[in-house]
Design a binder for this molecule. Sequence first.
Ligand code: NAD
Ligand code: SER
Length: 319
Amino acid sequence: MENILVIGCAGQIGTELTMELKKIYGNEHVIGTDINKIPSVIAVNGPHETLDILDKKALQKIVRKYKIDGIVNLAAILSAVGEKNPLLAWDVNMNGLINVFEVARQENVQRVLTPSSIAVFGPETPQENTPQETILRPKTMYGITKVAGELLGDYYVEKYGMDIRGLRYPGIISHEALPGGGTTDYAVAIYYDAIKHKKYTSFVKADTVLPMMYMPDCLSATIQLFRADKKNLKHHGDYNLAAMSFTVEELAQSIKKHIPEFEIEYKPDHRQAIADTWPKSIDDSAAREEWGWQHKYDLDKMTKDMLVNLQAKYDKNLI
Ligand code: NAD
Ligand code: SER
């Protein structure tokens, strides 16, 4: 059985993806690491380590200790936090990433998956049905690191023949772990506030449209690409990925079908400017053709599932 290292396992995606990988590879074969506290569900289910991705020696030691065959790198500083601390975003997203590629190269790790983002696009990019190959001129430090990360991955593929894969995730919506400080966080916070307060104040305008995806689809896509037959892949770290797009008002209407008294108001802040530079919808035909990507959740199906799960947490005083 292959041994898989997850870096950034305590985040919104890592908390769930690590457990999904354990179902496939076995608890002992998936090693969760993070600079922050390891979630208890991961800590009680197999090996885990505290790791700063910027500490290359520590990373190398862990790769050797567990005889790692594949790395999933989720450690990153996201868009909104990245604008508050651009140098930290550069450091973690670039110097951290090159540590992963270098250690993978030196230790002959077979495969690395490191996500990219819709943040690679910018105001000059076509916003509707954004093509796979298009203008990449982002305006955020986060987006700049994601474009550079894709190019760095291509470099390691071309120069060293490594197997590096990645997806340009849309905004990911989930109910297990909170998001880590991105622009798309409103699409998660709205559900929490709908359950807790029956109202939400949105930090982007009512007609803001961004590409989004429910976590079960994100997990399927990530695992599907990670395990895809290499010979079918024509791209590397830059697969466009899509499921749904909706305005904040449409999101609120979807919630109102279940909570009629739910109210929303709009107080756009600095994150509006970031959202305005990102696409409204994505052409992900390369992912669909090359590794068979298909999404399962639309807005209403996701809303129903989010509200059931968050209500259950609320009833147990967990949120
Ligand atoms: P997150 O912020 O929730 O989690 C990131 C994790 O990285 C955190 O647990 C954090 O503690 C860890 N981390 C930060 N600095 C570190 C360091 N120096 N060393 C080790 N770990 C460190 O992010 P996420 O939403 O889980 O995102 C995972 C990946 O997916 C990132 O590459 C992100 O850019 C990408 N992505 C996420 C979304 C989304 O909507 N969640 C959308 C597009 C792309
Ligand atoms: N959800 C992420 C963010 O808003 C997109 O990469 O930063």
